[in-house]
Design a protein around this ligand. Structure first.
Ligand code: PAF
Length: 287
């Protein structure tokens, strides 16, 4: 596995791969790899001949007071894991390499970041778009793989891909869960034992609501409020617990049969923020 720390070196390596006809897949990460990331790499391998993993804790997607400074770093584990998965290039640039001294041009997002994580993290997705747009320009991948756990990120990046005409196929990888249902996340490492035991309740609540939608429930207001109250009573601080439509990610309380919806939640257990979601198709009658 080649380790690249500069854009120039990465471009040179990729040009060599492309010259011999290799299809390239990009898996963008912020390091602190877990089984969920490894599943993205395995999916990427099915879609391409060479996988490039980027590991960059992107400062522009963290707001003031968020965990940028303490974001978990497991560099040698990550490198070994990527090597074992057969990754071709591991790209680990520094902040200066990615952004230089100062940036003068940014992004704005309409509607898609109004709700869910965007409501409480107003700069987050602009930073994500900034860095992924740059990675797409540097790598020019044929395929890029992102996890469904960050569904709002996925939807926004899909729009960016279309609106900025990046010729890349995007693959949405399913959420990888622990045996008790908790979605794997680098931030799970922050949880105490007690918090870890409680954490799957978020998934259970999302699962319950998604089952109701699937069974044809068309009145979600009380159902969502009730699940929020249960989570709060169990020590979660609920940031949001919502059902949104899949186009502009606007909240919905009366799902329509045959349409797809995203039931999503973000909660804090202590200082740790957990997110999760389920995509569900509404059916036409209460079963
Ligand atoms: O999902 C992540 O880990 C990050 O948001 C990403 C896509 C690597 C951009 O920094």
């Amino acid at each position: 596995m080649h380790i690249s720390r500069t854009v120039g070196d990465l471009r040179k390596q990729i040009a060599e791969l492309k010259q011999i006809g290799k299809k390239v897949a990009l898996v963008p990460t912020m390091g602190a790899l877990h089984e969920g990331h490894l599943s993205l790499i395995r999916i990427a391998k099915k879609h391409a001949d060479a996988v490039i993993v980027s590991a960059f804790i992107n400062p522009t997607q963290f707001g003031p007071g968020e965990d940028y400074d303490r974001y978990p770093k497991t560099e040698s584990f990550d490198i070994n894991a990527c090597e074992a998965e057969g990754v071709e290039i591991y790209f680990m640039p520094g902040v200066k390499e990615m952004y230089g001294e100062k940036n003068h041009i940014g992004f704005s997002i309409d509607k898609l970041d109004e709700h869910l994580c965007g409501a409480s993290r107003p700069h987050h997705f602009k930073g994500v778009v900034q860095v992924v747009n740059k990675l797409f320009n540097i790598v020019e991948p044929n395929v890029a793989v992102f996890g469904q756990k960050d569904i709002q990120q996925y939807k926004i990046l899909e729009r960016m891909r279309d609106e900025f005409a990046h010729p890349v196929e995007m693959v949405r990888a399913p959420i990888v869960r622990d045996t008790d249902g908790l979605a794997l996340s680098s931030r799970n490492a922050y949880l105490t034992k007690d918090q870890r035991n409680k954490a799957p309740m978020l998934y259970q609540a999302l699962h319950y609501v998604s089952m109701r939608i699937q069974k044809g429930d068309t009145h979600l207001t009380n159902l969502l409020e009730d699940r929020k109250r249960t989570l709060t009573a169990n020590g979660f601080q609920v940031d949001y617990f919502q059902c949104v439509e899949t186009n502009e990610l606007q909240p919905v309380t009366e799902p329509e049969a045959g349409q797809n919806y995203i039931v999503a939640g973000a909660v804090y257990l202590g200082a740790t923020r957990l997110i999760d979601n389920i995509i569900v198709e509404a059916s036409d009658r209460v079963k």
